[in-house]
Design a binder for this molecule. Structure first.
Ligand SMILES: [Zn+2]
Ligand SMILES: [Zn+2]
Length: 402
């Protein structure tokens, strides 16, 4: 259990996660961290098995902790097929089939991977009532400590309640070798936090929504740290990898402390995830979460800038004003980092903004603009500045083999 006293009305926040280990060569400690389990079911995919899984499996075996391993083909999407495979293989280790045995289950599920594998194992863990943990292989999103999992169910993406990781093990030397699109995805997921916290402040002031200043400050600090380091990410600079990894984990922790993703997800996620869902509805494989959220962030920033210029609402103006320096830093960062775009079609871009408003039941600037009758006008107006100032290439152009 990780706990924190707080100045907000809740006075106290806690999450059931027992260990968060972020260090160079963290996987060497996996035997010690998981020493209380005896039948660990390890799940990886072909890539993450090479990156870290093989070594983790070795250590678990040496320590007598491993039940068995499942290596899924790459890419393993967080869908019914992957969940079904993990579920079907979960009890495979029984040497003698014993119909009287009450539980054929392993006593622990260990995901070795990032977003998709973590979400898949989290769901199976929840359904089977078995604890799970994760050895992260890329700083690509902030969901390691999450309490929910967005899973693909047919042509729908549905957020399910799931287990929270009991152990989170992040090996920085493994993260440093992660594919570059995953590193960019992590930054994309992280830069959106400024927008998320601003939306949260707006809802606090307009709707009296619960707000925790301490959590908001923690998220903003982690985001600053990540943004400052991100320009050195392409060199795989150790400090930059550490800042990105720590920032994403901390953001995930804050979501868990808060009991909702409010501190880490606002307009930028609602737009980005709408684009993701549009792909899913069309039967396409969705793009990397953080890449969509990055583009959603640039879009949200331009919505806020326009509102700042035009509004007569003095309070709204003062809220946005606090974030303008951060918005400037993000525009500067994007000039050098060049997170690729997935949506450049004006119609699709616009739909992401309009449909994004109701993507989930959460008050954001999208609802504020809608209530003023201005959302459509704003959606059209920001297309040009977003493409001009932030778009340097599409994902397909930059990573044709992904
Ligand atoms: Zn608090
Ligand atoms: Zn996210």
């Amino acid at each position: 259990m990780i706990e924190m006293d707080c100045t907000c009305v809740q006075h106290h926040h806690s999450i059931p996660t027992e260990v968060i280990e972020i260090s160079d060569h963290a996987i060497e400690k996996v035997g010690e961290i998981l020493k209380d389990y005896r039948r660990i079911f390890m799940v990886a995919d072909e890539n993450t098995y090479q990156a870290a899984g093989r070594r983790v499996e070795e250590i678990l075996k040496e320590n007598g902790l491993l039940s068995h391993t499942l290596v899924l083909p790459f890419p393993a999407l967080p869908n019914a097929e992957s969940i079904g495979k993990v579920l079907m293989e979960a009890g495979r280790d029984r040497e003698v089939y014993d119909i009287n045995a009450w539980s054929l289950n392993p006593d622990y599920i260990l995901a070795v991977g990032s977003g998709s594998l973590n979400d898949t194992c989290r769901m199976v863990s929840y359904r089977l009532g078995i604890p799970y943990g994760v050895v992260g292989t890329a700083p690509s999103m902030d969901g390691y400590a999450s309490v929910v999992a967005p899973l693909l169910n047919g042509r729908k993406k549905i957020v399910y309640n799931c287990s929270i990781a009991r152990h989170i093990i992040i090996d920085l030397s493994v993260n440093a070798r992660a594919p570059y699109p995953l590193l960019l995805s992590g930054v994309g997921d992280m830069i959106g936090k400024y927008v998320a916290i601003l939306d949260w402040e707006i809802s606090r002031d307009r709707n009296g929504e619960y707000y925790c200043g301490q959590i908001a400050d923690m998220v903003l600090k982690a985001t600053d740290q990540c943004v400052n380091a991100a320009t050195r990410l392409h060199e795989r600079d150790a400090a930059a990898i550490r800042a990105a990894s720590e920032g994403l984990i901390l953001s995930g922790e804050c979501i868990a402390f808060c009991g909702s993703s409010r501190p880490a997800s606002g307009t930028e996620h609602m737009i980005g995830q709408t684009w993701e869902v549009m792909d899913v509805e069309e039967g396409k494989v969705p793009n990397l979460h953080g890449i969509e959220v990055g583009e959603g962030t640039f879009t949200a920033i331009e919505l806020f800038r326009r509102l700042y210029r035009e509004t007569d609402d003095a309070h709204m103006k003062s809220l946005i004003e606090k974030y303008l320096p951060a918005f400037d830093r993000i525009r500067e960062l994007q000039q050098s980092l060049r997170i690729p775009f997935t949506v450049t079609d004006p119609g699709r871009f616009r739909d992401g903004i309009l449909r994004g408003r109701t993507f989930r039941d959460r008050y954001t600037v999208l609802q504020y603009l809608y209530d003023l009758g201005k959302l459509e006008e704003y959606a059209d107006a920001v297309y040009e500045p977003v493409m001009r100032d932030y778009c340097f290439s599409t994902f397909r152009e930059q990573f044709p083999d992904w």
